[in-house]
Design a protein around this ligand. Structure first.
Ligand code: PNS
Length: 177
């Protein structure tokens, strides 16, 4: 039987627990799932493309049918290059619906044989977005339980360069000055 390959395109700046929840659900229904990070020249992302890719690779390592890739240009063209027949997108609340419907229908107009499949993340992530995570972290709030530990660490390092210095410093030995 034909393998069903799906792409999960997005900005992932940064990846959240909501994204991971969706990746896990997607990995259970598709034969192969490609998490595709958009190289978006217009936005100025907090994390570089390679930082996002590396984080996602580490976070999805346990899913054997999940790969991480980057792309630019149209999602439908990327999907065609990968032999994908589905695009996975998450819908958290009714407010997501309008934008997602527009994108799904535009993608269908561009490539009628590519299906968009919507999945809902677990309800505890229904209010979660990368944008809010960035904002809360930038303003010093706790993002525990909203992003994986690895992402929390990377965010702290990125937002507080002093943390990096602390890690780089060797512990002092010998007598006190
Ligand atoms: O995580 P995001 O930012 O909501 O993801 C949006 C994304 C990457 C799915 C969308 O911007 C996209 O598909 N961009 C690629 C360019 C494209 O195909 N545009 C037409 C979409 S209808």
């Amino acid at each position: 039987m034909k393998k069903v390959i799906a792409i999960y395109p997005g900005s992932f700046d940064p990846p959240t627990n909501g994204h991971l929840d969706l990746i896990e659900r997607g990995s259970q229904i598709f034969d192969e799932l490609i998490v595709a990070v958009l190289r978006n020249a217009e936005k100025s992302p907090l994390f570089s493309l390679s930082e996002r890719r590396l984080m996602l690779e580490a976070l999805t390592d346990r899913f054997k049918n999940v790969q991480v890739d980057t792309f630019d240009g149209l999602t439908v063209d990327y999907a065609a290059r990968k032999g994908a027949s589905a695009v996975l997108r998450g819908i958290r609340a009714i407010s997501d619906y309008e934008y997602e419907l527009q994108m799904a229908l535009m993608n269908r107009k561009l490539r009628p044989d590519l299906e968009t499949v919507f999945m809902m993340p677990a309800e505890q992530y229904s209010y979660l977005s990368s944008k809010l995570v960035r904002e809360v972290a930038q303003l010093g709030g706790s993002i525990q339980d909203l992003v994986p530990e690895l992402v929390e660490r990377r965010l702290r390092e990125k937002l507080d360069p002093a943390v990096k210095l602390q890690h780089a410093r060797k512990p002092k030995t010998g007598k006190r000055a």
